[in-house]
Design a binder for this molecule. Structure first.
Ligand SMILES: C[S@@+](CC[C@H](N)C(=O)[O-])C[C@H]1O[C@@H](n2cnc3c(N)ncnc32)[C@H](O)[C@@H]1O
Length: 218
């Protein structure tokens, strides 16, 4: 019962005591994953960058600092109205200037044009997406040819939570997500172990090539 409740809040934090506690937990526990996802994405100053399931907004803040050219743009999407509002409040000046755009929407249906994003990153969220294939196809659709997607996770913690049924089903398994990415048209899909401050975490990389609207002959 508690596991199901925790899973619901992690997958869609609501404006409530539980949702607030989860948002504080994410902000403290996931800083390492968010900052490393940004670092490993290889963001260039003029890139258009998208974070999926940004939660409280730590990764958005790190990425925004790297987009120093006028053409650099940052987009965030999150399914939770509470997280959307929290991140929008934190980044209100950048949102007002047009540098940052945040959408309250599902990753499987984003209001973004085809082939418009250079880099995508996300942490701790694909396990909550009900349909990995639909989500992967939508991510691929919005990415420019050759664009890089990076996701970070601590697999040992995810597996422990999945065993306690915090995440339902099998979507948490990296091989299932990686298969969905390959089927969607991503190439060079791979996972590697990394260490930061004695903490081991995993990174999944995928390059967008043969996605809708950006077919490349190789
Ligand atoms: C566990 S939290 C992780 C938040 C943040 N990335 C972090 O690592 O602290 C998962 C986030 O993904 C969002 N999310 C879950 N399913 C989503 C979906 N289908 N589309 C967009 N966002 C989603 C949730 O609302 C939540 O903010």
């Amino acid at each position: 019962m508690w596991a199901e409740k925790l899973g619901k809040q992690l997958g869609n934090p609501t404006r409530s005591v539980a949702g607030y506690l989860v948002s504080r937990f994410l902000a403290v526990r996931n800083r390492l994953l968010e900052e490393n996802a940004v670092r490993l994405s290889g963001i260039k100053p003029g890139d258009t960058v998208l974070e999926l399931g940004h939660g409280p907004g730590l990764g958005l803040q790190s990425a925004a600092k790297l987009l120093t050219e006028p053409s650099g743009r940052l987009i965030g999407v999150d399914y939770s109205e509470y997280m959307h509002k929290m991140a929008s409040d934190q980044m209100k000046e950048l949102v007002a200037s047009g540098k940052v755009t945040l959408h309250h929407c599902d990753v499987a249906a984003m209001p973004l044009p085809d082939s418009s994003v250079d880099k995508v990153f996300h942490c701790n969220c694909y396990y909550f997406w009900p349909d990995l294939r639909k989500a992967a196809a939508e991510i691929c659709r919005v990415m420019k040819p050759g664009g890089l997607m990076v996701t970070t996770l601590r697999l040992s913690m995810v597996a422990t939570m999945a065993a306690k049924r915090v995440m339902p089903g099998e979507n948490w398994r990296p091989q299932n997500y990686m298969a969905a990415l390959r089927d969607a048209g991503f190439t060079d899909v791979r996972m590697e172990d990394r260490q930061h401050k004695h903490i081991t975490f995993q990174v999944i990389y995928a390059t967008a090539l043969k996605c809708h609207g950006n077919q490349i002959r190789i």
